[in-house]
Design a protein around this ligand. Structure first.
Ligand SMILES: Nc1ncnc2c1ncn2[C@@H]1O[C@H](COP(=O)(O)OP(=O)(O)OP(=O)(O)O)[C@@H](O)[C@H]1O
Ligand SMILES: [Mg+2]
Length: 317
């Protein structure tokens, strides 16, 4: 018996979001911003919180420092119903921090990696695989400690009947390897954005990148920001138009999208319905500052889809 739908292998860090209409920080000067929010950070944690908000049972494996930021993160995940028992507290590392300078137009991120890169594959207790139906890995390129052992770990998870989803995020080293091919070969659901898909495949258009990735991974969604998303499963391709939203902050939209997509995948929904839910989860996450504060419940996401006048799926009623 599984007691958890999704096991997340991920990075743990806080996000400090400083928001203003315009921000132009300069050394030697003090600039004022309009709002500051300390909140749950890290792609994988934001994914985990989004999945839990949708009603999935989630457990998290990652490394946190034995410090205030680490306690904030474990408390925050637990308060959202996530099982944080498997989180490893390592006094030798400091919990990571991202400072986001956020305007409605764009944002600049400053990250101290700390615990973000600390998780190694050999620290993951394989007994956890018997508890879950699905494994998700976010921010693959930031989790440099995990990369080497990941293909073998995913093979173990597959052998125990789990499915696997992956979001690479951006690669700050811009080398785009770290064993990604071997990891993609063990991935059932791949969730890049358009730039990531283009860089990984060498195909500039999202449609061509989707086609190239479909030769390697069974299910793919390519996120197109304010233009929505496209997805493919076998020969089935579909597009979701973006929901109209008043964007406050785009932190974590991609990870909230991933949570909606994995929800539909695990519920065996048709691809079109899954992509539409994912798009709604991404769009609604922009409502509030921070990655997790605007994340919808399943009912809220389905209601937003109805309100936007998108054709309802027969099963949505
Ligand atoms: N301005 C927007 N309006 C409506 N929907 C949006 C908007 N921005 C994002 N979305 C939805 O959220 C999804 C994910 O956003 P995006 O493409 O920016 O992902 P990402 O680049 O992975 O984000 P992140 O910066 O979190 O990694 C989009 O595919 C879209 O469905
Ligand atoms: Mg992303």
């Amino acid at each position: 018996m599984t007691d958890c739908d999704v096991l997340v292998l991920g990075e743990i860090n806080v996000d400090l979001i400083l928001r203003a209409d315009e921000i132009a920080p300069a050394f030697g000067q003090e600039s004022l911003v309009e709002d500051a929010t300390l909140t749950m950070g890290g792609s994988s944690v934001i994914f985990a919180c989004g999945a839990a908000k949708l009603g999935l049972r989630v457990a998290f494996v990652g490394v946190a420092g034995d410090d205030e930021f680490g306690r904030f993160m474990r408390r925050g995940m637990a308060a959202r119903g996530i099982d944080v028992e498997p989180v490893i507290v390592d006094p030798a590392v400091k919990t990571g921090v991202t400072v986001s300078l956020s305007t409605a137009a764009d944002r600049a991120l400053l990250t101290y990696p700390g615990s973000i890169a600390a998780l190694r594959a050999e620290q993951v207790d394989h007994a956890l695989f018997d508890r879950a139906r699905h494994l998700h890995i976010g921010a693959y390129f930031l989790q440099t400690g995990l990369q080497e052992g990941l293909p073998a770990l995913l093979a173990q998870a597959h052998a125990r009947g789990l499915t696997v989803s992956l979001d690479t995020g951006w690669d700050p080293s811009e080398t785009w390897n770290g064993g990604l091919s071997e990891t993609l070969a063990q991935t059932d659901v791949f969730l890049p954005n358009a730039v990531e898909a283009a860089t990984i495949t060498g195909q500039a258009s999202p449609e061509a990148a989707l086609a190239a990735l479909a030769r390697r991974v069974p299910v793919i969604a390519v996120k197109l920001g304010a233009e929505g998303a496209i997805a493919r499963q076998g020969k089935d391709t579909t597009r979701a138009e973006p929901l109209p939203v008043q964007v406050v902050d785009t932190t974590g939209v991609g990870d909230s999208f991933d949570a909606g997509f994995v929800y539909g995948f695990l519920a065996n929904w048709p691809l079109e319905r899954t992509l539409r839910l994912a798009g709604a989860c991404g769009a609604l996450a922009t409502r509030e500052p921070g990655g997790v504060n605007g994340q919808p419940t399943l009912a809220e996401a389905l209601e937003a889809i109805r309100e936007a006048g998108q054709p309802p799926h027969p099963q949505d009623d």
